[in-house]
Ligand binder design. Sequence first.
Ligand code: R5P
Length: 289
Amino acid sequence: MADMDGFREANNFGLGKAVEQQNFHVKGAANLSWGMKDRLSRIFNPKTGKSVMLACDHGFIMGPTSGLERIDLSIVPLIEYADCLMCTRGVLQAVIPPTTNKPICLRSDAGSTILTNLNDNVVIDIQDAVRMNVSAMAVMVAAGDENFEAKTVANLYKAVDMGARYGIPVMGVTAVGKTMARDARYFSLATRVCAENGANIVKSYYCDGFEKIVAGCPVPVVIAGGKKLPEKEALELCYKAINAGAAGVDMGRNVFQSEAPVAMIKAVYAVVHENYTAEQAYEMFNDLK
Ligand code: R5P
C-alpha cells in the first residue's frame, strides 16, 4: 500500500471539462469489447447515456422487507418502466418472467444476515450468469472496513476476471456501514477502489461534493436511493445527483415503498432521462399517483 504519510488532498478534478476520447456513451468503456459494449448499451440508454436501474436485491440480507414481500406483485409490474432490473439469482429464476426482456444486473456475491459472515469470498459461477443471460454482475465492496475490505475486493476481482472472459460488465457496489462515514472523501475512495479493481459501473450514494466523486471515478457512477424518503425529497436527491454527473440511479426502496410506485418510477425516469427538475418531477408524480 502507498505510504499515506504526507497524503495530499485531491483538488484538481477538472470540473466542467469533458473527458476526452469518449466515442461511446458509457464513460470509460470506449476500449472495451463488443460484447461488453452491447451489454452496457442495454443498461445505459445510448441516447442519454443514463440508466434507471430498479434494485430489489434487499431480501438476500434483509429478508422480506417492506415492499418486497411479494415481488411478483410489487416489482414485476414496475419492470417495464425501468431500464434494468437489479436482483438476485433466486428471485430472477423464481419470480421474474423471462419475457420481460429487460437487462439484468445480477447481484453476484453471496448475501447473509450475519454481518461477520458477509460476502465471505463467494461469487456466482460465471456459467450460471451466462445461462441467465445477465447484462452485468454486481458485487459489494466494503472499502475501509478492516474485516471485509480484502474479502470484498477479492470478490470484485474474481467477478471482473470472470466477466472479462465472457464480456459481462461488473458493477461495484460501495458498502455503507453504521461505522462508516458517508461523505465525499469516503465515497471518492470507495468508488475509485471499485473502478481501479476493474468495475465498469459503480454504485454509490449521493452526498455533498458528489461532483468530485463522479469526476474522480473513471467509470459511470449510479446512486442508490437509501432508506425511504418522502417522494419530493427522493426526487430532489435524484435531481442533485444527475446534475452533479451521476449516470443514473439504482434505486429500490424509494420506488417500491412509495405510495404510488409506478408514478414514482416514471418521475425518476423523467429526471434521469428527460431533464426534469425535482419540482417538475414531483408535479408529475402527483398527477400520476
Ligand atoms: C445494497 O447493497 C443493495 O444493492 C440495494 O440494492 C441498494 O442499496 C439500492 O437500494 P436502495 O435504493 O433501497 O438503497
